[in-house]
Design a protein around this ligand. Structure first.
Ligand code: SF4
Length: 296
């Protein structure tokens, strides 16, 4: 899209569903940057960008086209900004892009802690319609071991605030996050947290090791035993079977997933479970993605 006209501080990440959005960096890096599994911003110092630099970027993009309808606020947690600053940015965006109909961002649950429901509603009215939140797990022990800096309660409380304010949520759970030792509690409590928060969108990604499994083991504060593809699918089976979701749209089709799954959980739960079961029982027949078959 128009992203080539702005000069970004790399590395730059966005969710797959924001492929056609203008990406605007309000902050650089992640203010937490301590999760054991995450290397996204480990090379980047966290910075709040100056307002004049952000507005310059907006002017530059608007000078090229004011037809933009979707904007994604980067980097890892633009929601760390105060409600007042976010509102000022959103007002400027609305001013420059009259057809704008959706602004979204990644968020950490704790960034919402000091925002009231009235403030969140004001942000939603100014165009902030969707937040992507990596819950990773609903299990408090595992959240501690990966140094997420969140608990079942802190995440639940802040996600429910978003629901009340009318801001949609897209949440991620990490399959295999605790390895074999913590698999059962991870699956059950992750189902529990999504049941409690009823996100609009739910996806699962598989834990990956960009710097190798030994690097992850050093950062993980427990006993990590890597899971094989079948065990990962069994964890997924348990997770899905324990969900009780009204209308969440589920996706497990990221490149890291070995079995591509999609559906609305209230309607398609049994079908998804059958697909996982079929994948487990026919893993040697080309059902799983090639990389998984190599790992069997
Ligand atoms: S909060 Fe998100 S971006 Fe920051 S370190 Fe954790 S997973 Fe990575």
């Amino acid at each position: 899209m128009l992203n080539y006209i702005l000069k970004y501080e790399e590395p730059l990440f966005r969710p797959p569903s924001e492929a056609y959005s203008l990406i605007l960096q309000l902050t650089l890096g992640c203010s937490w940057n301590k999760c054991a599994f995450c290397e996204m911003y480990s090379s980047k110092k966290f910075i709040l960008r100056k307002e004049k630099d952000i507005f310059n970027d907006i002017d530059k993009a608007a000078g090229y086209s004011n037809d933009i309808r979707k904007i994604f606020l980067a980097d890892g947690n633009a929601m760390v900004l105060s409600s007042g600053k976010l509102l000022k940015n959103l007002d400027y965006l609305n001013d420059k892009f009259p057809k704008l109909n959706r602004v979204s961002a990644y968020s950490i649950a704790k960034d919402l802690e000091n925002k009231t429901i009235a403030e969140l509603k004001a942000l939603k009215d100014a165009g902030l319609k969707l937040l992507y939140i990596g819950i990773e797990s609903g299990d408090d022990e595992l959240l501690g071991l990966i140094n997420k800096g969140e608990t079942f309660l802190s995440t639940t409380k802040n996600l429910l605030k978003l629901k009340e304010a009318g801001i949609k949520t897209s949440v991620m759970i990490l399959n295999g996050l605790g390895g074999k030792t913590y698999s059962g509690q991870h699956a059950r409590n992750s189902a529990k947290i999504v049941n409690e928060t009823q996100p609009d969108f739910l996806s699962t990604l598989v834990l990956s090791f960009p710097y190798g499994v030994e690097h992850y083991k050093k950062r993980f504060k427990g006993d990590f035993v890597e899971m094989n593809p079948i065990e990962l699918l069994q964890e997924m089976y348990l997770f899905i079977s324990e969900t009780n979701l009204e209308s969440s749209i589920f996706r497990s089709d990221h490149a890291s997933n070995y079995l591509s799954l999609k559906g609305i959980l209230s309607r398609d739960k049994e079908k998804l479970l059958q697909q996982i079961d079929f994948g487990v029982n026919n893993s040697n027949k080309g059902i799983l993605r090639e990389e998984w078959q190599r790992g069997l």
